[in-house]
Write a protein that binds this ligand. Sequence first.
Ligand SMILES: Nc1ncnc2c1ncn2[C@@H]1O[C@H](COP(=O)(O)OP(=O)(O)OP(=O)(O)O)[C@@H](O)[C@H]1O
Ligand SMILES: [Mg+2]
Length: 281
Amino acid sequence: MIQAKGVDYVYPSGKQALSGINLEVARGEFVAVVGHNGSGKSTLAGLLAGLERPARGQIIIDGINTRDKKNFLVLRKKVGMVFQNPENQLVFEKVKDDIGFGLKNIGFPQAEIETRTAEISRKMRIESFTGSFELSMGQKQRVAIASVIAMGPDCIIFDEPTAMLDPKGKKDIHNIIIELHKQGMTIVYVTNVIDEVLAADRIIILENGSISGEVKREELFDNVERLRGAGLEMPVIMDMLFRLKQRGVDIIVKRWSIDAVVENFISYINGIENQNNLNMQ
Ligand SMILES: Nc1ncnc2c1ncn2[C@@H]1O[C@H](COP(=O)(O)OP(=O)(O)OP(=O)(O)O)[C@@H](O)[C@H]1O
Ligand SMILES: [Mg+2]
């Protein structure tokens, strides 16, 4: 679906934000991107969406090179992008104008814009939303996603879409992303939140503008320290397990839920007690 080959990116200031990026995202895949502040995540997201062009190397989306400016509108129908701050994505007073804006830009007739807008609003459960400025951040983000979906893309790039939302808003948007993926959407998800990363097939690690590694979902627990070092935020309980491990208490966690951790903890303690009993006999 998307291929990045030997991609460098340099800002007009002269700052080289990305170097030597090689990455392939297959159709239907769910790829997470993690990395510290300034590692180049947003720059990469913009390039993969075809919004920016590389200084060197190339980005190919569905066979189309993003370098050629005349492909810009064609690419808008193939790949959408959702930003951290939905307020940057919504420009109109009325929600329906925001959803229809992209379609208008690519020349859809008004009647079809209205039909599509109504259909997407139903799907995204935002029919009751009217004024864009009266919505919560979570609701605004839902509208922003709806405006991207309206274009009918095969792939959506999300750049930390839940960072500015409250816990309920975060969960809501996260669930929408998982649902979109289930329906066949290709997803690139920039996030430093472990609960969000868990939905991905694989995790790309960005460090100082380069890909320093890749972790498959099933390898995640064996790579916790590495991902943490690359900026991934850990929940308190995982942080605690990690510190216990450093002190020699290695509790093996196979499934990531509080209940599973409690069970593993109890098994560990029982194991020690059994060992002590054996030693005393
Ligand atoms: N418009 C710009 N002009 C010059 N340099 C920029 C610009 N935008 C970003 N940079 C620089 O490029 C590098 C990568 O920035 P980028 O925004 O891609 O990082 P990021 O991983 O998304 O960070 P964050 O976690 O803060 O969102 C940083 O060093 C940043 O300072
Ligand atoms: Mg960023």
